[in-house]
Design a protein around this ligand. Structure first.
Ligand code: SAH
Ligand code: SF4
Ligand code: F3S
Length: 467
């Protein structure tokens, strides 16, 4: 009987199959297999990591078995993604035993937490390389050191340095590009680990951002997603009076770019001039992801969100009045410590009143070091679970209703490729960021076309090409 090895993502592999795949590797070429958890900022960091590795001669491979370097770019926003990383890294032990030259690395938000870093150091002795969110630019040097010495290298900075410009990027697609405009977060919402693992707010110089956007336009990219944990705090830390509204206006002038999106804005920083630019600048899409987190003032206050339910509702009203056909999505947490049934029902009522197009809904997950973990009255697990099911049910009904409002109308779709669900069809996104599936030839990929919506589902629209 052959040994069977459990591997993350690809599952069970037999010993001789493993040997065969190892022997198939091209001589001289090094393979990297990267797993990215968490938000778009982490996805973009992985694009930069792959950019640097590509300059070192690495190519991306599809499975950990083919890899000479395995990297986990981690997230610590909730417990689940953390648990997954430990589970998978333990499994990789077997692979390392069979291939001692394999280098295993871990980076991202998890390693910025001192307790997790210690746990990695102690319990994952087969991990060779550890670096944090503030020193990803150091990767080439650190990796070189591991390769030359064969020793374990751990370098994590606990202070954010200056913004590093000019790093190579290997972007995932050819149509849509992430552009970071601000790093870190100063909000310190009481449940959130992000400010501790990503540092304080640091905006990139506007000229650097615009140069990157112009270059993307020249390379044929059609859509830019401006990134920041607190994206509309852009410029607050810069001397020259730069701000988010001005930046949007400038990116709107970039030739070749057809669509501009951004994530995530904080409701408190959503100034009138941003609403005004969204209404006026033709490339800025009619979609805003505006995390509300909770519907009761008591919970919002205890979360440290610094707006009231009423202020949030007024902002939504103002945006809808200024921007026709605006889609609004959100993030919501249920089961924050001390959340009563009545507080939760306030969230349900807010969701029904706003009628979000979509929502990411989370169960509160205590994060060590954040103030909310010290609050008494943690909500029992079964109550949290009942609340999230209730909320998901309400939101799904609303998402479907919002999509049904599009039936019979024509939407502009940026065609991204063949539909994953139905390979005989194409799919893309409307300006409202709705997934639209329709029949059409592959020559349309990368183009912007008009599609008449004929049917609505909860998470997508089906339509027919117009003209
Ligand atoms: N900077 C963004 C997103 C931060 S993380 C923003 O402020 O909107 C993405 C989402 O994860 C948050 O909006 C929040 O809804 C959720 N989240 C953050 N910390 C959490 C925690 N401890 N438990 C559960 N969900 C959490
Ligand atoms: Fe976390 Fe709040 Fe900052 Fe968002 S704004 S990253 S939820 S601290
Ligand atoms: Fe997670 Fe870090 Fe993003 S904690 S949500 S990957 S900033």
């Amino acid at each position: 009987m052959n040994d069977v090895i459990e591997l993350p993502v690809i599952g069970r592999v037999e010993e001789d199959e493993l040997q065969r795949r190892l022997q198939e590797k091209k001589p001289g070429q090094k393979g990297v297999w990267i797993q990215t958890l968490g938000c778009q900022m982490n996805e973009h960091d992985s694009e930069i990591i792959l950019g640097m590795l590509s300059q070192m001669g690495y190519v991306e491979v599809a499975t950990p078995v083919e890899a000479d370097l395995i990297l986990y770019n981690t997230c610590s926003v909730r417990e689940n993604p953390e648990r997954r990383v430990y589970g998978q890294l333990h499994m990789l032990r077997q692979l390392k035993e069979r291939n001692p030259d394999l280098i295993i690395g871990i980076c991202g938000c998890m390693v910025q937490q001192k307790a997790e870093l210690e746990r990695i150091r102690q319990s994952l002795e087969h991990v060779d390389l550890v670096f944090g969110t503030h020193n990803i630019h150091r990767l080439p040097e650190l990796l070189h050191k591991v390769r030359v010495t064969g020793e374990r290298v751990i370098e994590v900075w606990h202070e954010e340095g200056d913004v590093v410009e000019g790093l190579p990027v290997q972007r995932e697609g050819k149509l849509k590009a992430y552009v970071t405009i601000i790093y870190g977060c100063n909000e310190f919402c009481t449940y959130c680990i992000v400010p501790y693992v990503r540092g304080k707010e640091r905006s990139r110089a506007m000229e650097q951002i615009l140069a990157e956007c112009r270059s993307l336009g020249e390379q044929g990219y059609k859509e830019i997603m401006l990134l920041g944990q607190n994206v509309n705090a852009y410029g607050n830390d810069l001397p020259g009076g730069e701000n988010f509204a001005r930046l949007l206006d400038e990116v709107n002038q970039v030739p070749g770019i057809e669509r501009i999106r951004f994530t995530s804005p904080h409701p408190k920083h959503f100034t009138d001039d941003v609403v005004e630019v969204m209404a006026r600048a033709e490339k800025v899409c009619e979609h805003v992801h505006l995390p509300v987190q909770a519907g009761s003032d008591r919970t919002l206050r205890r979360m440290g969100r610094r707006y009231t339910r009423e202020q949030y509702l007024r902002l939504v009203e103002k945006m809808r009045a200024a921007i026709p056909d605006l889609a609004i999505t959100t993030d919501i947490i249920v089961g924050f410590p001390g959340e009563t049934d009545e507080d939760f029902m306030e969230t349900i009522r807010l969701v029904e009143e706003v009628e979000f197009d979509g929502a990411f809904m989370f169960i509160y997950s205590p994060r060590i070091g954040t103030p909310a973990t010290r609050l008494k009255e943690q909500v029992p697990e079964d109550v949290k679970r009942d609340r999230i099911y209730h909320l998901i049910e309400v939101q799904n009904r609303i998402s479907r209703k919002k999509n049904e409002e599009w039936v019979g109308r024509t939407v502009e779709v940026l065609v991204e490729g063949v539909s994953h669900k139905d390979p005989s069809k194409l799919s893309g996104r409307s300006r409202q960021n709705k997934l639209v599936v329709f029949a059409g030839g592959q020559e349309l990929i990368g183009k912007t076309v008009d599609v008449r919506v004929v049917e609505a589902q909860t998470w997508s629209l089906s339509g027919e090409l117009v003209g």
